[in-house]
Design a protein around this ligand. Structure first.
Ligand code: GUN
Length: 295
């Protein structure tokens, strides 16, 4: 079997066109457009390229963006001041602090300084708690993008057995909560570095989502024929034949797994573009909520 390629890039383009139309309607009705504030600390090349991609997508959708770029050695107070400036900026509806920070020990405190009404990443404890309770909240962009790609590709989720590999705060853990929510109704197993035999779980799954941050985490022997495979990994693998000196690879052994699965996301062009589309979606939603709260 050769798997159907789940083309995140074209699904995200559809979503972005819907978002651009919503932004244009908001501008016509209110004279204002949604605004996204981005804090980038340091010059990590991967983070820089993610932030540039997010800002370009904002511009294409008609969303205003403001970037605060701080040097890597910025103090905790300087980073908190940048977040507070965006909290206080009325033109800004959504805030994201690109992670990881050079000093990861302050990430929690920085995220908790974001106004929960502007927390379009859905990382603030208020939004995490509301999501767990099934209340309206901002849902983290990558897990939301994974659910949306499955929905728009017509993959049945109710009653499906889903294995998520990786328990990060940003992807695996929130995804396990979203998929098991009432209305989505999947049965979820969350595997991680201390799981005894990951293959025993993945081999039984209708859907496998891999967000482990390591190439070749999922090999062909680990999936059952006909499974749906979602690859969240974005790894820079050294490759002298490329001008950049590296190529992007996911967490899945794509060539071997795509010969066995019924559907699979590529890297690049799978989950990545969906993450950005969901960020724009959350920013428009934040603008709607803030303006209806203000009126
Ligand atoms: N770093 C990797 N993924 C993300 C994300 O979704 N949001 C933020 N803020 N940082 C990230």
């Amino acid at each position: 079997m050769s798997a159907r390629i789940l083309d995140g890039k074209s699904i995200a383009a559809e979503l972005r066109a819907e978002i651009a139309a919503a932004v244009a309607a908001m501008k016509a009705a209110t004279g204002r457009v949604p605004g996204l504030g981005v804090v980038l600390v340091g010059d990590n090349p991967a983070s820089r390229s993610y932030v540039t991609a997010k800002e370009k997508a904002c511009a294409a959708a008609g969303i205003h963006s403001r970037e605060i770029n701080l040097p890597a050695q910025s103090s905790r107070e300087e980073i908190l001041a940048a977040v507070r400036a965006l909290n206080a900026d009325d033109a800004i509806d959504g805030i994201l602090v690109q992670l990881p920070l050079p000093d990861s020990s302050i990430e929690r405190e920085v995220i908790e300084a974001i106004d929960p009404a502007k927390d379009v990443d859905g990382f603030h404890p208020t939004n995490v708690g509301r999501m767990v309770l099934g209340l309206p909240s901002f849902v983290p962009c990558t897990p939301n993008g994974v659910v949306e790609i499955l929905r728009r590709a017509g993959v049945p989720l109710a009653g499906a057995s889903v294995v998520v590999v990786g328990r990060s705060q940003i992807v695996g853990r929130p995804l396990s909560i979203l998929l098991s929510q009432k209305g989505v109704d999947a049965t979820v197993t969350l595997c991680h570095t201390r799981t005894k035999d990951i293959a025993r779980h993945t081999r039984e799954a209708d859907i496998v989502v891999v967000a482990a941050g390591r190439p070749h985490t999922l090999t062909a022997e680990m999936v059952r024929p006909g499974a749906v495979v979602i690859d969240v990994g974005v790894n820079r693998v050294p490759d002298a034949s490329k001008a950049a000196g590296y190529r992007l690879a996911g967490d899945v052994d794509f060539d071997a797994v795509s010969a066995k699965a019924s559907a699979i996301t590529p890297v690049p062009g799978g989950v990545g573009p969906m993450t950005i589309a969901m960020l724009l979606h959350n920013t428009v939603e934040a603008a709607r909520r803030r303006r209806s709260a203000a009126s």
